[in-house]
Design a protein around this ligand. Structure first.
Ligand code: PMV
Length: 348
């Protein structure tokens, strides 16, 4: 069986009590997302509860596919892009599988295969797409019947930003207040068709980054700039929400660039400092500034890594690509707002 997740939930789980049982094997796909107003800082690291709300755009063409099945009594078997991940990464997955098993009251080990169509652990949101896909797939495997909001909360436990990858288009992850995280959930703002802006991704270094985002986030909360980050965040969210509704590229681009640079500034000011940028990162930022001086509305965003994502109109996309692809070592990916997760296959 194949279909969109919304269709899947409607067809299989919400049809007047005709609820199907657990499956033998499930394959699912979920997209990466780009934070326009960033999540940085945790108010509860164990539950992955954010210190701030965030707004993202779900990325077309960048996704993780997962295939999950039961593996009996032994240990979990995990492969990511055909390899066994390093122990600290395996431990993070294992913790997530344990949480799902606890929720499902299941005890069996899992066989899990993850593939991504873009570089992993490089600040391109591979953990967001992977944990969103796993939440969707394991929900179906164990017949958990979680709705999209509950899946968003579950995915959040694997990686904070994964909470937003449950929805297509433009998405807000609410900070929430409840100590148990029950109100810290993502919700759609508008679907991808609302605004097909162009997102040009300049990959400056595809190899894994030096600091995992969860480590960097904890370390840099002691930055003297962190209080200013918290104090100015609500304004950024408000401006971004309105800019998305108005399809106002300049307003959205300015606040997205501001949020990204502010986040990196607070990391650089921490002790120890976290500096994700490469020389090519700075070169791309400067090219985009030059584009703006030439009258092109293009704006940068950078997540926890050295890659630069550029927002511009479809009309200006190829000019933007041309401006950055000449920089030594830069590879360009093209994206735009895309749909949410999809169940690819269920073996009953
Ligand atoms: O979801 P995590 O724990 O990998 O953190 C992601 C943090 C940023 O990508 C830098 C910002 C965000 O909102 O996605």
């Amino acid at each position: 069986m194949r279909g969109s997740l919304t269709g899947f939930l409607t067809d299989r789980f919400s049809d007047g009590g005709q609820v199907s049982g657990p499956a033998v094997e499930v394959a699912a796909r979920a997209p990466a997302n780009l934070a326009l107003v960033k999540y940085w800082g945790k108010r509860d690291p164990a539950l992955n509860l954010p210190a701030v709300g965030s707004i993202s755009v779900t990325l077309a063409n960048l996704f993780s596919e997962v295939r999950v099945s039961r593996a009996g009594r032994g240990d979990d078997e995990l492969q990511v892009n055909g390899q066994c991940p390093p122990p600290e990464v395996t431990a993070k997955f294992r913790q997530f599988f344990d949480l799902v098993r606890l929720t499902a009251k299941e005890h069996e080990a899992l066989r899990v295969n993850v593939t991504t169509n873009f570089p992993i652990a490089a600040g391109l949101a591979s953990s967001a797409s992977t944990f969103a896909a796993l939440a969707v797939a394991l929900n179906a495997l164990f017949g958990l019947h979680l709705d999209l909001g509950q899946l968003s909360q579950l995915a959040r436990r694997g990686s904070g930003s994964a909470a937003r990858s449950l929805f297509g288009g433009f998405v807000e992850w609410l900070q929430g207040e409840a100590p148990d995280g029950s109100d810290s959930v993502a919700q759609p703002i508008v679907p991808p068709e609302h605004w097909p802006l162009a997102i040009v991704i300049a990959v400056t270094k595809p190899t894994p980054k030096k600091w995992a985002s969860s480590v960097a986030m904890t370390v840099t909360q002691s930055s003297p700039f962190f209080p200013a980050w918290l104090a100015s965040h609500a304004d950024d969210l408000r401006v971004a929400r309105q800019a998305i509704l108005d399809r106002d590229l300049r307003a959205l681009g300015e606040v997205a660039e501001h949020s990204a640079l502010k986040m990196h500034a607070l990391m650089m000011a921490a002790k120890p400092a976290v500096l994700y940028w490469e020389p090519a990162t700075v070169a791309v930022i400067q090219r985009v500034q030059a584009l703006r001086e030439a009258g092109i509305a293009a704006f940068v965003s950078i997540d926890a890594g050295p890659q630069v994502k550029i927002l511009c109109s479809q009309e200006d996309r190829e000019r933007t690509v041309a401006a950055v692809s000449g920089i030594s070592g830069v590879q360009v990916l093209r994206s735009q707002p895309g749909p949410g997760p999809e169940i690819l296959e269920i073996t009953p």
